[in-house]
Write a protein that binds this ligand. Structure first.
Ligand SMILES: [Fe+2]
Ligand SMILES: [Fe+2]
Length: 245
């Protein structure tokens, strides 16, 4: 009898522990969800404030040729505000690839995340990982020239080698499937003499090519957000120098 009571008591204790664990897990999930909502609402407030700032005190000119130095001082001040939210706009656009399978085993966001994760696991630096993350961001805007879009976005922020890699990754990736489309899979040989040929071929072989794994657990974009913000913080290659103004 005592043993049965003890056994039942032991059994009930485990049920209690299990329920407590479930409660804690649910609590963590709710907290994470609320934090995400908070970040989203903070971002929306930031965007709304930015919009308000950009709409106030507008200049009167009807053509740029009649704009004054004073007008441009105002414009540059607003451009600086606008520039700060560039990572938000880029991350939001990346989110548009969520659920966009276009016939592939994983959606385009997961492909981008898997490419970036493979690069991160391999110990690549932040700039490279961000290039991996954004390399297909133009998929839904430039269906026949998508690498150009990512390359244009990244150009001010990355090295010549990484820019070249992103810009030409489509033709290099073609080695893996162009022959199925009746195309020349060796089209990339046109660039054999480029100093960035091996750099780009390596990106394809090690990361881009193998980032279509539907058996992998779904990855979240949040992990990469801080590095996107760091890499896109300061333009290095641009004709404009905001610091001068
Ligand atoms: Fe691509
Ligand atoms: Fe890709």
């Amino acid at each position: 009898m005592t043993n049965i009571v003890r056994k039942d008591h032991f059994h009930l204790s485990w049920i209690y522990v299990f329920q407590l664990m479930c409660f804690n897990l649910r609590f963590i999930q709710i907290t994470n969800h609320l934090n995400k909502m908070k970040t989203k609402s903070e971002q929306t407030t930031l965007m709304n404030n930015e919009e308000k700032t950009l709409k106030t005190d507008l200049p009167n000119f009807k053509s740029l040729s009649e704009s004054s130095k004073e007008d441009w001082e105002e414009i540059i001040a607003k451009q600086k505000v606008h520039f700060k939210t560039l990572p938000d706009r880029i991350l939001n656009h990346l989110k548009m690839l969520d659920g966009d399978y276009a016939g592939f085993p994983v959606d385009r966001l997961q492909h981008s995340l898997q490419t970036a994760e493979l690069a991160a696991i391999d110990g690549r630096d932040e700039e490279y990982i961000v290039c991996a993350l954004l390399h297909d961001i133009g998929d839904n805007l430039g269906p026949v020239n998508h690498p150009d879009i990512a390359a244009a976005i990244l150009h001010p922020f990355v090295s010549e080698a990484n820019h070249w890699m992103v810009k030409h990754h489509g033709i290099f990736q073609g080695y893996n499937f162009f022959h199925h489309l009746g195309m020349d899979r060796n089209m990339r040989e046109t660039y054999r003499k480029s100093p960035y040929f091996d750099h780009t071929a390596e990106f394809i072989a090690k990361y881009d090519d193998i980032a279509f794994d539907s058996d992998k657990p779904k990855l979240g974009l949040e992990e990469f957000e801080p590095m996107v913000r760091r890499v896109l913080k300061e333009p290095k290659n641009t004709i404009y120098n905001f610091k001068r103004y």
